[in-house]
Design a protein around this ligand. Structure first.
Ligand code: AP5
Length: 218
């Protein structure tokens, strides 16, 4: 059966950082809904134009657009072995749609590591985050600095600060997470899929805890 893993957690918890490391280690496709929206924004596609206002305000892109985008992404050949989902689902409607999609693909969610980090730490992390233009590799000015300031260690592309990492937008994103996404913790707890992960540890320790949760899930 295909392996599908959902990484949950508030904005800035470290989902993207961990998803890249874990997907590579396990040979899974990494599906980041935020990265797909940002690629569409950069290319000024119709989807990107529709998503832009919501993203800049720190709100969620409507479910119908988001679900269709993920359905299309999951049907691609690189997801044949399964996928690690980072940033999706984020609402009850998205979670139900994902269960249906995976059933059709002959799989189901295997485990849901939820990275927990207090709000004051999230604000500091997002304020110091730098992302690479080419592939979205993520750094932090203090906790995970690039070797050369402003340049991605992995692909040499320019590092930039995301538009939605301004302090007022970060505050809105955290509110939106609490109201619309945090209820998924209970949704997945009821299915015995949720594993809480302490996201305040060093990056490599968080990775180890997530890998252990995945291994335990079988
Ligand atoms: P998205 O891109 O998914 O943003 P997010 O969920 O807010 O998450 P982030 O990317 O901000 O944080 P992260 O948890 O990945 O942390 P990271 O690893 O970068 O979504 C953006 C927008 O797109 C949404 O607001 C919405 O508009 C739209 N969208 C996306 N998905 C959607 C959906 N499903 N439905 C509707 N709309 C959707 O780490 C953060 C920083 O901390 C980095 O600098 C990193 O180096 C550092 N760091 C990481 N781990 C550690 C650690 N252990 N210790 C110290 N520093 C660390």
């Amino acid at each position: 059966m295909r392996t599908y893993i959902v990484l949950l957690g508030p904005p800035g918890a470290g989902k993207g950082t961990q998803a890249k490391l874990i997907a590579e280690k396990l040979g899974l496709a990494h599906i980041s809904s935020g990265d797909i929206f940002r690629e569409n924004l950069k290319a000024q596609t119709e989807l990107g134009q529709k998503a832009q206002g919501y993203m800049n305000r720190g709100e969620l892109v409507p479910d119908d657009l988001t679900i269709a985008m993920i359905q299309d992404r999951l049907s691609r050949p690189d997801c044949e072995g399964g996928a690690l989902l980072d940033g999706f689902p984020r609402t009850a409607e998205q979670a139900n749609a994902l269960s249906k999609m995976l059933l059709e693909l002959g799989g189901k969610v295997k485990v849901v590591p939820c990275i927990l980090v207090p709000a004051e730490v999230l604000i500091e992390r997002l304020g110091g985050r730098w992302s690479c233009r080419a592939a979205g590799h993520v750094f932090h000015i203090k906790y995970n600095p690039p070797k050369v300031a402003g340049v991605c260690d992995m692909d040499g592309s320019e590092l930039y600060q995301r538009e939605d990492d301004k302090s007022e937008t970060v505050a809105r994103r955290i509110q939106v997470y609490e109201a619309q996404t945090a209820p998924l913790i209970d949704f997945y707890k009821k299915q015995n899929l949720l594993v809480e992960v302490d996201g305040t540890q060093e990056i490599h320790l968080v990775t180890e805890q997530i890998l252990a949760a995945i291994a335990k899930a079988g």
